[in-house]
Design a protein around this ligand. Sequence first.
Ligand code: ACO
Length: 402
Amino acid sequence: AIDIAKLRDQTGYVTLDSGFKNTGATKSAITFLDGEKGILKYRGYGIEELAEKSTFLEVAYLLIYGALPTQKQIEDFQLQISRHTLVHEDMKKFFDGFPSKSHPMGQLSSLVCSLSSFYPESLDPNQTKEEFELTIIKLLAKMATIVSWIYKKSLGHPVIYPKNKYDYVSNFMYMTFGQRTEDVVIDDVVIDAMNKLLILHADHEQNCSTSTVRIVGSSDCNLYASISAGISALWGPLHGGANQAVIEMLEKIKNDGGDVDKWVNKAKDKNDSFRLMGFGHRVYKNFDPRAKIIKKACDEILAKLGINDPVLDIAKKLEEVALNDPYFVERKLYPNVDFYSGIIYRALGFPTEMFTVLFALGRLPGWIAQWKEMRENKEPIGRPRQIYVGEKNQDYVDISKR
Ligand code: ACO
């Protein structure tokens, strides 16, 4: 491999790769992705098999600790997590301060960052292995509670406290929708769909939010603040925020009379900034393997729940037109994971503004694993260079003469 730093010292030249389209920032043993062939693997296990056979918690263990857990290991992991699902009562006061219409992602980012104040031991970059494990467990455990509380508060409902007899995903669904089901754990079909969605979002190598987590953490910044930064990066509609943008777009098309061709043409018009949300991917140039699995899950769950959503008809038409249109075919723009995830979240009863928060809940194990790997590998602080294109020398002019 070329030693870029040495090359720069010898030549004075800096490489420029806007958007890091072909620049590796690290070596990683967590997730393998082949964008041409549409392959995604966590620690060597195909995403298809994990989505079919595994649970979200098991996949979280796999990503963070590097191997699938034994029965005993997963039971211990679940037990440890269940001991930390409560969040500090004072965190509820945050909700009194947020304006009623504040976006759930802003709330999530703030609440996760605030964990560093409630657990200041996390600020120590030299935590022992055991202390660090606890910092991770607390985050995994409290994130589900925080996410469900954000939802309950958005409705003006009282929050529901965790019930630790439930597994991770069931507990989350209970805290979110519990009162609707009168303490009965939500239907297996729903729990299964939720597990699949969270597994498919669990890691995706060096994407925008994960790179953010790694670069923030590279300054020895604590885990909670680093993950909070990742949550902010995920919020944008070109990244995780696309799942919210997809449903908003489908509704707009429906309310506009459902003329799909008109919107496809709008997306193709280079004088129009509109893009088909949920289409295209920086790395996948063939198909998004997650989208394939999610599309199937989407069909299944809608059939099982007996849902007939007019927005889904628009989505199907859009998919068909876009997949046959030379503009999209030539540019290899296929529906991505976000195109379908929103449709399932909607069917499960989540409001649109919660979609990206659910993505964050799924991505959490990946962010933690990547942060941990970066620290264990003792990676240097991330500090990109630049090509300076501004003024060379200017003479200072007194304000009275400008
Ligand atoms: N609709 C219409 N045209 C598009 C779209 C789209 N969704 N996506 C890309 N294009 C076009 C671009 O205009 C460009 O055309 P040109 O070559 O004629 O100029 C070409 O396809 C390449 O696009 P880039 O923006 O260069 O591709 P890039 O890799 O930088 O962007 C991205 C990838 C951000 C995902 C883009 O496809 C996009 O904006 N998609 C919509 C948002 C979205 O769905 N994001 C979720 C991504 S998945 C995730 O984060 C989990």
